[in-house]
Design a protein around this ligand. Structure first.
Ligand code: CTP
Length: 258
């Protein structure tokens, strides 16, 4: 039995791996409006499963953000973005094809590399990739992860983080100013012109596709505990299955029927 993570290390971390059937992860989509607490919900889930203080390659549960799949902007679009006049909340802002192909590769148990996103420059970090190793559970979070039908149907479980819009705005303003290098006027203009209308048109309607709706986001420890419990059962079953695969069966004469 070849541990896929080991085989990847031997292959220098970039190549896709073969022979990983059965390693298809349980794919969980986590959506919700901007600053609803999607990343914090994912972080809590990973903490409760003891996955945080662990080497990336050894994790059984990993988290990916849809922001890694923003498409590259043209110079004109970048100058619009710098004035808060580009719509980052519209489905067209994303590279849907790359998103779909990457999730399909992940579901096929392949090692993939995804870019990281730079909010200050509105661009993908070309030299900073995250290597995603095969895991048992993959959390995929973003404002529009349930919007594209072909992508939506890939999820085994869909969560929607449902936080009041005033709470979300109150979180988003200081975050954009302190962490994303924006000024107040730009943040509020972008919010009123693009973020809020796009949430109502594209994100909120996808709530109906969710299996579980989490009111109040990461504060909702009861909901998070229930989800964690469910993931634990999945991990346990996956563990059992892989033990079955590696079991060397005795010759038929020794097999006892129950
Ligand atoms: N965005 C932006 N500038 C960019 C790219 C994206 O302002 N160059 C904004 C979009 O307007 C979008 C938001 O980033 O509304 C998406 O990120 P968000 O969902 O708010 O961040 P997360 O940390 O993933 O979400 P949460 O706070 O729910 O954890």
């Amino acid at each position: 039995y070849l541990n896929p993570r080991m085989s990847d290390k031997k292959m220098n971390g970039i190549s896709k791996i073969n022979g990983t059937e059965g390693k298809a992860p349980f794919l969980i989509g986590v959506s919700g409006g901007t600053a609803s607490g999607k990343s914090t919900v994912c972080k809590r889930i990973m903490e409760k499963l003891g996955q945080v203080d662990m080497d990336q390659a050894q994790r059984q549960v990993i988290c990916i953000s849809q922001d890694s799949f923003y498409r590259e902007l043209t110079p004109t679009e970048i100058s619009k973005a710098e004035k808060g006049q580009f719509n980052f909340d519209h489905p067209d802002a994303f590279n849907e094809t790359l998103l779909l192909e990457t999730l399909q590769d992940i579901l096929a148990g392949k090692i993939v590399q995804i870019p990281t996103y730079d909010y200050r420059h509105h661009s993908l970090n070309k030299d900073e990739f995250l290597t995603i190793y095969p895991a048992d559970v993959v959390l995929f979070e973003g404002i529009l992860v349930f919007y594209f039908p072909e992508i939506r149907k890939l999820f085994h479980m869909k969560l929607f983080v449902d936080t009041d819009s005033d709470t979300r705005l109150a979180r988003r303003v200081p975050r954009d100013i302190n962490e994303r290098g924006r000024d107040l006027e730009q943040v509020l203009n972008q919010y009123m012109n693009f973020v809020k209308p796009a949430f109502e048109e594209f994100c909120f309607p996808t709530k109906k596709f969710a299996d579980v709706i989490i009111p109040r986001g990461a504060d909702n420890t009861v909901a998070i505990d229930l989800i964690v419990q469910h993931i634990r059962e999945i991990l346990l079953n996956k563990g059992r299955k892989s033990e079955e695969r590696t079991l060397v069966l005795p010759s038929p004469a020794f097999v006892r029927t129950p």
